[in-house]
Design a protein around this ligand. Structure first.
Ligand code: FPP
Length: 262
C-alpha cells in the first residue's frame, strides 16, 4: 500500500525523509506512530507528598515509570524517546535532593544496563552532564559506548539540559567556525543550526508530553518542538504507565499536522 505523502516541515532539508515521520502505521495498521516522543516527567514530588512520603520516594517511583515508558515506546515502534531527567534549573533544589537524584541515576544505570542491552536500546545524552562529576560522567559515557551498536530504540536522557543554553552554544560554535573562515556567515541556515544542536541527527520531534498538569515547556527542546504536537496530561509522572503512554499515542494519531499549510 502506498501512503499519501505527508507535509514537509520547513527547515528540514531532507523533506522526503520527514514524510515518513508521521506516516508509519502502528502494529495494527491503525494510526501514524510518532518516530520521536519527548517527555517532561513532572509530578514526582507531589505524588510523594500526597502519600506523606519523602520526595525521594516520588523520584524512585518516577524511575519505575521510566522503565514502563521505555517498554511501551519500544513495543509501539517509537524510534526515539527523549526524557527530561534533570534541567539546568534543577540545581536550585536542595543539596539533599540533588544527591538523591544523582544517586538514583547511578543506581538505575547499573541495574538497567543489561536490560537496555537485551532490549536493543541505544543510550544517548543531551545537556552538560559532566557537571555531575567524573564518576557519574564516566559511568554514563561507558553506558553510551556499550549500547552504541543497538538500534531498536534510542533513549535520549537530558541531564543538566537547558534549551536556551543549548542554542547559545550553537551560536557560539557557528560564530567560531565563521571567524576561522571555515564557513561563510551568509550560509548559516536552519540546517546549520540543527547540525550543532545536542539532538543533531535525531528524527524531528513529533510529540512532546508533559505530565502533572503544568502547561509550559520549561526550557526543554524549544527549537526542536517548533512543529511538535504538544500533549499535557494531569497524570503525575509516577502514575504514568503503559496505558497512559498508549493513550498519548492514540491522541497523537488523531491530530492533523499541517506545518503551517492548510
Ligand atoms: C519532576 O518532578 C521530576 C524530576 C525533576 C526528576 C525526574 C527524575 C526521575 C523520573 C527519576 C530518575 C530518572 C532516570 C532517567 C532514571 P518534581 O520533583 O518536579 O515534582 P513536583 O513538581 O511535584 O515537585
Amino acid at each position: 500500500m502506498i501512503s499519501a505523502p505527508g507535509p514537509v516541515a520547513p527547515g528540514n532539508v531532507e523533506g522526503p525523509e520527514l514524510e515518513t515521520a508521521s506516516a508509519s502505521l502502528d502494529r495494527n495498521g491503525n494510526g501514524p506512530v510518532p518516530r520521536h516522543v519527548a517527555i517532561i516527567m513532572d509530578g514526582n514530588g507531589r505524588w510523594a507528598t500526597a502519600r506523606g512520603l519523602p520526595r525521594l520516594a516520588g523520584h524512585k517511583a518516577g524511575a519505575e515509570a521510566v522503565r514502563r515508558a521505555l517498554q511501551a515506546a519500544a513495543d509501539a515502534g517509537v524510534e526515539v524517546l527523549t526524557l527530561y531527567a534533570f534541567s539546568s534549573e534543577n540545581w536550585r533544589r536542595s543539596d539533599e535532593e540533588i544527591a538523591d537524584l544523582t544517586g538514583l541515576m547511578r543506581f538505575y544505570l547499573e541495574r538497567e544496563l543489561d536490560k537496555l542491552m537485551d532490549e536493543g536500546v541505544k543510550l544517548r545524552l543531551i545537556g552538560d552532564y559532566r557537571a555531575f562529576g567524573p564518576d557519574l560522567s564516566q559511568r554514563l559515557e561507558s553506558a553510551v559506548e556499550r549500547t552504541a551498536g543497538n538500534s531498536r530504540l534510542t533513549l535520549v536522557v537530558a541531564l543538566n539540559y537547558g534549551s536556551r543554553r543549548e542554542l547559545a552554544q550553537v551560536a557560539s560554535a557557528l560564530a567560531r567556525r565563521a571567524a576561522s573562515g571555515e564557513i561563510d556567515p551568509e550560509t548559516i541556515d536552519e540546517a546549520a543550526i540543527e547540525s550543532e544542536l545536542d539532538t543533531a541527527g535525531l528524527p524531528e520531534l513529533d510529540l512532546l508530553i508533559r505530565t502533572s498538569g503544568e502547561v509550559r515547556l520549561s526550557n526543554f527542546l524549544l527549537w526542536q518542538s517548533a512543529y511538535s504536537e504538544l500533549l499535557f496530561t494531569p497524570v503525575l509522572w509516577p502514575d504514568f504507565g503503559e496505558q497512559a503512554f498508549n493513550d498519548a499515542l492514540e491522541q497523537y494519531s488523531q491530530r492533523q499536522r499541517r506545518y503551517g499549510g492548510r
